[in-house]
Design a protein around this ligand. Structure first.
Ligand SMILES: Cc1ncc(COP(=O)(O)O)c(C=O)c1O
Length: 351
């Protein structure tokens, strides 16, 4: 890549091997289930996550939305984290397109939703109330620092959901990061969930696409709703071919991204003017703030980093999120640390 791009793992471009596989992919009309490459990807994904079936979807947002539309009726309520991507960053899709109401519960620092608060949020039977139908967890929890939720916690939430007649959906956009960070199997991690969405187009490097998994019955309904939303694609094996490489070759190497995130965080901890979050990183995301004595804001730091060949994401005027991925090597980590040092030293000598 031309730039050291730390804004997100969504910026990853496909590898040469992916591009070759895409060019040579066997294809067919996937709406007719005729695309052998998509079928292979879906079978592989279902098997890796230990679920009966899978469906390839254009984006994580669509995958999460389809899951909610399958699990819920209009007027139902979904319990979500108040810092979850579904609640904050999916354009209110559940309400706009499904007539579904979110019930936000505070995300704790470790990304969890307290079991007591989940329980208290479930509506009692009353004609005045919406019907609570679904709990959504996010793993890794992005805004809480890319923090992984454990299999034990997920099991507890699954039990709570099922004992109360609810479904559990996991927004596992980065579920493989979570599994690798905890050194647990992804199957164990998602076992309690009725449905899971994960993204191929983030740390797994594919250019496009996400996967939704669940029971045969759930996926059959999901196929119908994907069509309704305009997400039925045709010779999409061209894209799925990259996703197969994601699942076969890009999962274990996520540990490299996590190691580099640690190296980046350790380096930035030595830079005057920066305060890296305690505990960060938990996976491939480093969260940090400018200290109070720095007069520049984070947007100005981003602007100064740009001509140095570094793209950064300012979360707010004092805060950054830096994300490591396939195209961030050791050299990129070192250059980023020294760029921060240069930018913040410049500040010290000029104010
Ligand atoms: C936690 C989480 N869930 C869902 C999504 C949605 O994925 P997409 O951008 O493919 O719609 C994202 C995207 O960044 C995400 O971070």
């Amino acid at each position: 890549m031309d730039y050291i791009d730390l804004r997100s793992d969504t910026v990853t471009k496909p590898t040469p091997e992916m591009r070759e596989a895409m060019a040579e992919a066997e294809v067919g009309d996937d709406v007719y289930r005729d695309d052998p490459t998509v079928n292979q990807l879906e079978d592989l994904a279902a098997q890796m996550l230990g679920k009966e079936a899978a469906i390839f979807v254009p984006s994580g947002t669509m995958g999460n939305l389809i899951a909610q539309l399958v699990h819920c009726q209009r007027g139902d309520e979904v319990i979500v984290g108040n810092l979850s991507h579904i609640y904050l960053n999916e354009a209110g899709g559940m309400s706009a397109l499904g007539g579904i109401q979110p019930c936000p519960v505070p995300n704790q620092k470790d990304g969890t939703l307290l079991l007591d608060e989940l329980l208290a949020s479930i509506r009692t039977e009353d004609v005045h109330h919406p019907i609570t139908r679904l709990i959504c967890l996010e793993n890794t929890q992005n805004i809480c620092g890319g923090v992984p939720l454990t299999p034990a916690y997920t099991r507890q939430v699954g039990e709570l959901a099922h004992q109360n007649g609810l479904f559990l959906h996991i927004d596992g956009a980065r579920i493989f990061n979570s599994a690798v960070a905890q050194n647990v199997s992804v199957r164990e991690l998602v076992e309690p969930a009725d449905s899971v969405m994960f993204c191929l187009s983030k740390g797994l490097v594919a250019p496009i696409g996400s996967i939704l998994v669940g029971s045969q019955k759930f996926i059959a309904r999901a196929r119908h709703i994907r069509k309704m939303l305009g997400g039925g694609m045709r010779q999409v094996g061209v894209v799925a071919a990259a996703g197969i490489i994601s699942l076969e070759k890009m999962v274990n190497r996520l540990a490299d991204d996590h190691n580099r995130a640690r190296k980046l965080a350790n380096g930035l901890r030595q830079v005057q003017g920066l305060a890296v979050d305690e505990g960060s990183p938990y996976s491939n995301m480093v969260y940090l703030n400018l200290t109070d004595d720095v007069e520049m804001d984070s947007r100005q730091v981003c602007e100064r980093a740009h001509p140095m060949g570094i793209l950064l994401d300012a979360e707010n005027p004092r805060r950054f999120r830096l994300v490591t991925h396939y195209w961030i090597d050791d050299d990129a980590v070192n250059k980023t640390i020294s760029a921060f040092r240069t930018i913040l030293n410049y500040r010290l000598s000029h104010y």
